[in-house]
Design a binder for this molecule. Structure first.
Ligand code: ADP
Ligand code: MG
Length: 286
C-alpha cells in the first residue's frame, strides 16, 4: 500500500504541475547531488531569432544566402531551423536530410546546401577564422554556417532568451548543496555565456545527441546521484541514464515517455519545488 503522506504528496505534486511517473525515482529526488540541465528549451526558451548574417565569400549576397538556408531549414523541426525558416522568400527543395546535432542539408536551385554547426566545419577540415564570428559567439550567440556545394559561403547568428527563472532556480539548488551543470550541443562560447548568466558550477558544450547519455554516466562515475532535466528528443537517452529523469515543458513524446517526472510548465523553479517536495514527503515517514 502507498503510505498516506506519499499519496497526498503525489496529489499535491500533480496540482502543482509535477507529474510523478516513477515513485521510487521521486523518493530518490531528495538525495540528488547534481542536476544536469539541457540548455536549449530548458534553461533557455528555445525560441531563437536571427540577429546577424555574415558573408564569408565574394560570390553571394545576403538575401541569397538566407533564402537558401531558409529553404533547407523549412523542413527541420530544430528551434534554430524554425528561426531561419521564418524568412519568407524560400525556394522548393529536394533530398532534405537532417544531420543529427550538426545541421541539415538539401538540394536547392540545383545546388547542395548545408546549414551546419561549428563542430561540423572542424570535422570536415573547413577553415574558418573570421574574427566577426568570434565576436558574435562572445555575445552568447549561436552561429551556424552555410555551405554551398561544399564551399563555405556565410554564417547566420541567432540569439535565444534565457528563462528569467533559470538563475533563481540555480541559486536555490546550489543553496541546497546541489551541483548545477549544463549539457548542450551548442558551441563553447554560448555555453560559457549562459553559464555566467545563470551561475552554473560546470558545463559540457558541443556534445552530440548520441553522447549526452555518456556524459551523464561520466558525472555519475564521480559517485554521485544525478538528475537530468531536458525537453527534447535528443535528451531521452540522457534522461533514462540519470538517476532521476525530469522532462520539462510540453517537450517531446519520447522525453515524456522516458522521464521519471514530468514538469508540465516550462519553469526551472519547478525542479526546486520537486526536490523540496521529495524531501518533505520522505522525511515525514522516518
Ligand atoms: P542543444 O543541445 O542545445 O539542444 P542540439 O544538439 O539540438 O543542441 O544541436 C547542436 C548544434 O547543432 C546546434 O547548436 C547547431 O549548431 C547544430 N544544429 C542542429 N540542428 C540544426 C539545424 N537544423 N540547422 C542548423 N544547425 C543545427
Ligand atoms: Mg535540446
Amino acid at each position: 500500500a502507498v503510505p498516506l503522506v506519499v499519496a497526498v504528496s503525489t496529489a499535491l505534486a500533480a496540482s502543482n504541475g509535477l507529474l510523478i511517473r516513477n515513485r521510487s525515482a521521486f523518493e530518490q529526488a531528495r538525495k540528488v547531488q547534481a542536476i544536469i540541465f539541457d540548455k536549449t528549451g530548458t534553461l533557455t526558451e528555445g525560441r531563437f531569432g536571427v540577429t546577424d548574417t555574415l558573408l564569408l565569400a565574394q560570390d553571394i549576397d545576403k538575401d541569397t544566402l538566407i533564402k537558401y538556408a531558409a529553404s533547407v531549414e523549412a523542413n527541420s523541426e530544430h528551434p534554430i531551423a524554425k528561426a531561419i525558416a521564418s524568412y519568407e522568400d524560400k525556394l522548393p527543395i529536394e533530398n532534405f536530410k537532417g544531420i543529427a546535432g550538426k545541421g541539415a542539408e538539401a538540394r536547392v536551385d540545383g545546388k547542395e546546401v548545408k546549414v551546419v554547426s561549428p563542430g561540423f566545419l572542424r570535422e570536415q577540415n573547413i577553415a574558418m577564422d573570421d574574427k566577426r564570428v568570434d565576436e558574435l559567439k562572445a555575445q552568447g550567440k549561436t552561429v551556424v554556417f552555410v555551405l554551398i556545394d561544399g564551399q563555405l559561403k556565410g554564417a547566420i547568428a541567432l540569439a535565444d532568451i534565457i528563462r528569467p527563472e533559470s538563475k533563481q532556480a540555480i541559486a536555490a539548488l546550489r543553496a541546497m548543496g546541489i551541483k548545477c551543470m549544463m549539457l548542450t550541443g551548442d558551441n563553447k562560447q554560448v555555453a560559457q555565456w549562459v553559464s555566467d548568466q545563470v551561475g552554473l558550477d560546470e558545463y559540457f558544450a558541443e556534445v552530440l545527441p548520441q553522447d549526452k547519455a555518456a556524459k551523464v554516466k561520466e558525472v555519475q562515475s564521480r559517485g554521485i546521484l544525478v538528475a537530468m532535466t531536458g525537453d527534447g528528443v535528443n535528451d531521452a537517452p540522457a534522461l533514462a541514464q540519470a538517476n532521476l529523469g525530469i522532462a520539462i515543458g510540453a517537450g517531446s513524446d519520447v522525453a515524456v515517455e522516458t522521464a521519471d517526472i514530468i514538469l508540465v510548465r516550462s519553469n526551472p523553479m519547478d525542479v526546486v519545488a520537486l526536490l523540496k517536495l521529495s524531501k518533505a514527503t520522505y522525511s515525514k515517514m522516518i
